[in-house]
Design a protein around this ligand. Structure first.
Ligand SMILES: Nc1ncnc2c1ncn2[C@@H]1O[C@H](COP(=O)(O)OP(=O)(O)OP(=O)(O)O)[C@@H](O)[C@H]1O
Ligand SMILES: [Mg+2]
Length: 383
């Protein structure tokens, strides 16, 4: 029985554990708080600050896993190189996890590989930000180099917003490296995630493209397959193969692209299942989680196919001022009455404003949105 140490136990980790358990793995799920989603389905759970390298190393020495599978970015990734050197597989590789933890490292690497991205500059203070904005031009997007789900991002349309953008980025960044990236604003027609599976001794394979929409830099809906120009899709596959080969290791990667009228522009990538890919729980013969586990275990993947078209939309806690409250859902039964609607509730112990609490899976946008309108989140003590 293979032993997996999962670092990060959110909703994506939860589905990954389910897939791993189905193939007989033992899973130890770790996060900084107890009763996190993936812990609820794992064999053992451990509460730990994964940014603390020493604690991480002690845990690994204790558990002696076959595989370390990171599910989040805030991990002391430098330590993963030492762990990898001891012969424990870091999925997909310590290099991949390290380079993708921050926006700057992966962006620079893409650039070195000759992959087209939005024009970008870096800034370490507000004066440098001012200069960077002058070089890139308006509108542009300012992002902390370490953050996710759109946190700390500002779409800058006027010079006078620069100090706000600096504050927003530095207040909402993760880690302790004060650095922002200023990106040219791409007026794209659509954006996609190309789920790419790297396997040992087998070809790299791809899921049909996933279209998605983000609000404030955070995913709100996705669908699969996205109908797109086949030449651009080929180009996206070439880029994905190139960059994942460079990062190395086995596993599924989520690669984000902007699609303009006649080109495709690399945006960023995750060396693990992607939130927009939750739609594959509904659409594919093997979900992105099943694929990740198969690639990790070096099991064959005969084919990836779409069994039915699908759509996903998130259920967020909205309109609450306080942090960390007990909650309950209403409207789940009504939503499930709709044609072929399926729902995943993540089981997070507490809700707070904007926190993602579940996802609706459906045949199409119309039904998914109808289901979304029926579901609400309430504070428990209001009842
Ligand atoms: N240069 C850009 N031009 C236009 N839109 C952009 C640009 N950069 C980001 N966006 C928009 O913001 C979204 C989030 O940006 P990005 O993926 O870089 O951030 P993130 O915080 O890592 O998000 P996530 O972790 O949810 O993927 C993108 O999917 C896109 O909709
Ligand atoms: Mg993104």
């Amino acid at each position: 029985m293979k032993k997996i140490l999962l670092l990060g136990s959110g909703e994506l980790g939860k589905e990954l554990v389910i897939s791993a358990k189905r193939l007989g793995c033992e899973v130890i799920a770790c996060d900084k708080y107890s009763n996190a989603p993936a812990m609820q389905v794992a064999d053992i759970s451990v509460v730990l600050d994964m940014l603390d390298g020493k604690k991480l190393l002690n845990l690994v020495n204790d558990v002696k896993p076959d595989f370390i599978v990171p599910e989040i970015e805030s991990i002391r990734t430098e330590e993963l190189f030492n762990i990898e050197n001891k012969g424990i597989t870091v999925v997909p590789s310590a290099r991949a996890v390290n380079l993708t933890m921050n926006r700057d490292a992966i962006r620079d690497r893409a650039n070195e590989l000759g992959i087209k991205t939005a024009k970008y500059e870096y800034a370490h203070n507000i004066n440098e930000l001012d200069k960077a904005v002058q070089i890139i031009g308006l509108p542009c997007i300012v992002k902390p180099v370490m953050s996710s789900s759109g946190k700390g991002q500002t779409l800058l349309t006027e010079k006078k917003e620069i100090s706000y953008a600096w504050e927003n980025a530095t207040k909402n960044m993760r880690g302790d490296r004060i650095k922002v990236i200023v990106e040219e604003y791409i007026n794209f027609e659509s954006e996609i995630t190309l789920l790419t599976v790297r396997q040992s001794n087998r070809d790299t394979i791809f899921c049909p493209p996933i279209g998605h929409k983000q609000e404030g830099g955070d995913y709100v809906e996705s669908w699969q397959p996205e109908n797109m120009d086949q030449d651009l899709l080929m180009k996206a596959k070439d880029i994905s193969e190139k960059i994942t080969k460079d990062l190395g290791g086995n596993g599924l990667f989520g690669i984000e692209f902007f699609i303009t009228k006649n080109d495709i522009i690399f945006s960023e990538l995750s060396p693990r299942p992607h939130d927009t890919g939750m739609v594959t729980l509904y659409t594919q013969n093997l979900s992105e989680f099943d694929l990740h586990i198969r690639a990790i275990l070096s099991y064959p993947i005969n084919e990836i196919s779409i069994l039915r078209e699908g759509y996903s939309t998130v259920i967020k806690a909205d309109g609450f001022a306080d942090r960390g409250f007990d909650y309950k859902f209403s409207g789940i039964e009504k939503a499930l009455e709709l044609e072929n609607v399926d729902i995943r509730l993540f089981g997070k112990p507490k809700a707070w404003n904007e926190r993602r609490m579940g996802v609706i899976l459906s045949k199409n946008r119309k039904i998914g949105q109808k289901a979304r309108k029926l579901i609400s989140i309430h504070k428990k003590n209001n009842y």
